[in-house]
Design a protein around this ligand. Sequence first.
Ligand SMILES: NC(=O)c1ccc[n+]([C@@H]2O[C@H](COP(=O)([O-])OP(=O)(O)OC[C@H]3O[C@@H](n4cnc5c(N)ncnc54)[C@H](OP(=O)(O)O)[C@@H]3O)[C@@H](O)[C@H]2O)c1
Length: 362
Amino acid sequence: MKAADFVVARSDLQQCKIIETQTPDAAALPDEALLVKVTRFAFTANNITYAVLGDHLKYWSLFPAPKDFGNVPVWGFGEVIASRHSNVPVGEILFGYFPMATHLVIEAADVTKRSLRDGAAHRQDVAPVYNAYARVGGDPAFAGKQGDYQALLRPLFMLSFLVDDFLAENEFFGAKSVMLSSASSKTAFGLAHLVHTQRKDIKVIGLTSASNTAFVESLGCYDEFVTYDRVTSLPANLPVAYVDMAGNSGLREKLHRHFGEQMKYSGIIGLTHRLSSPDEKFELPGAKPRFFFAPDQIRKRAKEWGPGGIDTRFGAAWSGFVPNLDRWLEITESRGPAAVKQVYLDTLNGRVPPDQGHILAL
Ligand SMILES: NC(=O)c1ccc[n+]([C@@H]2O[C@H](COP(=O)([O-])OP(=O)(O)OC[C@H]3O[C@@H](n4cnc5c(N)ncnc54)[C@H](OP(=O)(O)O)[C@@H]3O)[C@@H](O)[C@H]2O)c1
């Protein structure tokens, strides 16, 4: 059967192409392997971060591609179309991490009623979450538009949830406001929603581009917002925390110099701007900028909250978040190589309006 992969040049993400391949014959699949058709996946700025950090965090090793190219991982759905595993039938629907491709062969391991894992040797260098698949056939929370929301937002909202929990646990490091860069991004507005609804004494300030202020205002979960060119208009005499989705070192420096010792926490979460130099050249006033490493917070809470503790709390937070999405997001579904390439390049170059959620299939 014909198959296709969308791959990008690892040293120049503007270069991308489709390669045509063949799926393995069902009869030639190894024992316990599944042939999965990738039915739909989400694409946001976060996937670009996976590509930017592909070498560093080993994302390129997940889905092999020709030399010097990489296949960008995406969150989405697949349907099992051939199975050599006795407990996984053809027709099973899986939710998890997929390549931008029409098909994936999964070496099914640790199969339970609700999940399985890809045990392929080349996938074992990354955190376990990237190899786990939920079996979601028949689950209404993963069907239709709810499924689109899961693919678009669930992994991002997990980060929002963990950052909110970390800040609250540390009493916002004494800050009375929290500033979020890339305020119009899904990860930022998930965090803004959590702080706004749960931490009544903390003011949420969004930093965004001029073109996205109307969207940020319409969300209703930022108490205040300011464009990047006007951040020094914020009053500098009150303690603040900074959660940086943009990864823009120029902006970070400007904020630290403006707030000085009132900058109580400075956490680096994302790289949406991608133009920054990775290392600060000099010491900045205020709290030392540090990377927020989600697995650390997960490990800590898994120990403290016990089995199912994170899932239960995350589930409650997700239930409070999802009803807003019909107002905040419009799902745009596109199919085929040309559409996938267009959405990839538009996202890479910051041309996707923040109220659009792209769901794709090759
Ligand atoms: N560390 C983690 O585990 C983790 C997990 C999830 C997300 N993140 C990070 O959070 C960030 C947001 O991801 P998302 O998927 O939520 O984003 P998204 O919804 O696709 O974000 C769209 C917004 O990001 C900004 N943006 C997008 N592309 C840009 C570009 N090329 N240049 C400048 N700004 C651009 C714009 O916001 P403004 O106009 O408001 O600036 C845009 O409205 C990413 O950097 C992602 O990697 C990190």
